[in-house]
Design a protein. Structure first.
Length: 96
């Protein structure tokens, strides 16, 4: 138990004295890994065989023509002026 406490104390003391170095090295490692991942993702092959096989499994969607006509009729019958209007003699308190 004393040996574990001594090790913890030693690591804690070392970290306190070299805290800036440890943080900078950690940030540098994170930056290097991020740059490496971006470069590796940028150099992906543009081979289309994988895309062709995955797009073959996608089914074509057929829309109900009756529903499309009902949506168009609702759009055409939409009221542009919903009937809410402010009286002309009303003053705007926010108008300067």
């Amino acid at each position: 138990m004393k040996k574990m406490n001594a090790i913890k104390y030693g690591l804690s003391k070392t970290f306190r004295t070299h805290q800036l170095f440890v943080v900078l090295v950690t940030l540098l490692i994170i930056l290097i890994v991020t740059v490496y991942r971006v470069i590796s993702m940028n150099n992906l092959s543009t081979e289309l065989s994988g895309i062709d096989t995955s797009s073959a499994s996608v089914k074509a969607i057929k829309f109900d023509e009756d529903a499309i006509e009902r949506i168009r009729s609702l759009r055409d019958n939409n009221v542009s002026n919903p009937g809410v209007s402010i009286p002309n003699d009303r003053s705007n308190p926010f108008n300067e």
